[in-house]
Design a protein around this ligand. Structure first.
Ligand code: SF4
Ligand code: FES
Length: 256
């Protein structure tokens, strides 16, 4: 297969970026998208040119490192698929593809297709954990979890923190990611003691970063490679509202 690639090239956060066109004639349909870029990079290095920088680690769809826009779609055209799990058989000979980094002020560009997603780390640090000791795996299994809650928590825990939801959102909101983390812990018994302080802390951190506000557009759910549902945002909002309400003095609660 032959492809024409237009790739965002930017040396550093302080340089001006631009789209650069590459003709890629050595694309095997069995390659993953990242392997296709590996081959392009080998050719660039052989010519003495700078390879295209992109993030990756597991290449199995579980670490959340990879991700960029392909023809305007976060992680590309295949639903529920990270870009590392996307294969070239989903494209046609002669296709023209535009590759751009995640679009969001909260994710500043580091280089080419690599962005800085440390804003997500700071949101997790603000409450996305359980501080009580839950013991060994055997002890943890002594705490019974209703099947429905276990399933919902597991669904939310599937979030890999890739940032596609932010990149796809017209507001660059981080609601799906934050909602997934709050839901995952808030649905489990071990997460109950800090459930409401967690919601307050994490939402406060989201506000401090440069993310926009959620207006229920749903682009995040549409591109999420782990099929995280919008319901996690509703659960986050409920926990946040309840936490805010209970923190207020009783005399101010009459209108709620
Ligand atoms: S909610 Fe989905 S799209 Fe957003 S960070 Fe998690 S896995 Fe990625
Ligand atoms: S490289 Fe780990 S999810 Fe893609």
């Amino acid at each position: 297969m032959k492809l024409t690639l237009h790739i965002w090239r930017q040396k550093s956060p302080n340089h001006v970026g631009r789209m650069v066109q590459y003709e890629h004639a050595n694309v095997n349909p069995h390659m993953s998208f990242l392997e296709m870029l590996d081959v392009l990079n080998e050719e660039l290095v052989a010519k003495g040119e700078e390879p295209v920088a992109f993030d990756h680690d597991c290449r199995e769809g579980i670490c959340g490192s990879c991700g960029f826009m392909i023809n305007g779609i976060a992680h590309g055209p295949q639903p529920a698929t990270t870009v590392c799990q996307l294969h070239m058989r989903h494209f046609k000979d002669g296709d023209v593809l535009y590759l751009e980094p995640w679009r969001a002020r909260a994710f500043p560009i580091v280089k080419d297709l690599v962005v800085d997603r440390s804003a997500f780390d700071r949101i997790i640090t603000a409450g996305g954990y359980v501080s009580a000791s839950t013991g060994s795996a055997q002890d943890a299994n002594n705490i019974l979890v209703p099947k429905k809650n276990a399933d919902l928590a597991m669904d939310a825990a599937a979030c890999i923190g890739c940032g596609a939801c932010v990149a796809a959102c017209p507001n660059a909101a981080a609601a799906l990611f934050t909602g997934a983390k709050i839901s995952h812990l808030g649905l489990l018994p071990q997460g109950q003691p800090e459930r409401y302080s967690r919601a307050l802390g994490m939402v406060a951190q989201v506000k401090q970063e440069l993310f926009g506000s959620c207006t229920n557009i749903g682009e995040c759910e549409a591109v999420c490679p782990k099929e995280i549902k919008l319901e996690v945002i509703a659960r986050m909002n409920r926990d946040y509202l309840k936490a805010s309400w209970t923190e207020r003095p009783p005399s101010t609660r009459a209108d709620d």
